[in-house]
Design a protein around this ligand. Sequence first.
Ligand code: SF4
Length: 457
Amino acid sequence: MDSGAPILGARKLKVSKLLAVKAVPRFYRVDDPHVHLNNFKETTGNAVGIYVHIPFCRSLCVFCPYFKDVLRDYRELEAYFKALLKEVEVYGKLLEEKNPSIVEIHVGGGTPSLVPPRLYRELADSLSQFFNVKCGISIEANPEDLRSYRAVEELYSAGIDEVSIGVQSFDERVLRSLGRKHSTEDSAKAVENSIKAGYKWVNVDLMFLAPNIRGYAELTLEEKLEAFRKDLEKGHELGAHQITFYPTIIPSSSPGYRLVELGKVSQELDYVDAFIDMALDFVKDKNLYLVRVYSASRKRYEYATVNLEMVGPLIGLGAGAWGNTGLYQYVNIHDVVTYISTTEKGLPPAAYSRNLSLASRTWRLFFDQLSTAEVREDLFKFTGFKNMPLKVRFLLKAMELNGTVERVGGIYRLTRRGIKEVYKSVINYVIDVPVKATEMFTRISRSGKYPEVVEIK
Ligand code: SF4
């Protein structure tokens, strides 16, 4: 994988051997929906997260790694939400006796802000009918959809109280290089409107390592770093509660990959540390909390994301969604038409699943904690271990010796070097598993030929 075009996706980031862990998950076709439901029920907990996938966008961005399609007609959304409510019912009835609390509801995509607020109200009502809901809804939003204050208020009144805005950059040159349709004015307005409307939490997503095309290619490295610094400053000035920063990944399935094949796109992969350093300096200057190695927050609180996808328990709803109880993981059909026809029959639309061993759960929990920049000794009690497992202790010791971790009492804290190493290994994991899995499951679902076993490698 570490060869090919100088872009992130065809290549991975260089990390120390200690953190160069390669996951090759193997999934098995769900042949009997009842076995799937039973596995889910047996292993899920009493406090559960919900992830809803909205696989529609107004148009397709050239370097997008997510599962999505163009929304041709709003009636598609109506039909899709009808199917979502059916899926809520399937899991609601399944877990009726357990009566789990819903502790976070995150809607990702695609473009969730395309959805009329009325449909979110219906979703919220349906979830409350079957579960003990203890939270509002958080959605990912395109700046274009939040430039009108009225639209922002309507979403808020529909029960949405956290928003993550896909700003990517406040610099037109970066936006053009990414092929984004929104303007920098849209982004500023979207953040201002969301703060003014009273959203509990507003996250801004920013991108660095944009592809070297169009006006962006002409900038020097210093100018690119300066543009990124200004982006961080601008997000903060506008009042965002949290800023998440990540590099552009260019998957081979994206329309823009053709430009890569023609040798017209490159990225400054060797300078990734300089961009991360820039973000870490910003966190320090502004006295922010590094809630994840890739995210800075004004409080020790973070926007509800798909983090429960790693550790569970999470019910994944919608075409292309992933669910995970901590010991059992499933992937829904990656095709909207088949997703709808399956839920219409009252069946769960899970296409593939796998059991997660206690060891695998432990590593997932460990890496999830590591991405918060610190690991607590007592963390592993939740997985059934009395103490930190020996393998984890050895790895942390080795990290301590190579200067990526410092031990303070019962807490292992990442050093600045450690933060950068973990950051890069998180990005490598995203390339290795979610991005590749999305490509593979989409191809399989669209072909209609589902092999018995799928290995993500
Ligand atoms: S990057 Fe976001 S808005 Fe663009 S096509 Fe992908 S999911 Fe849609």
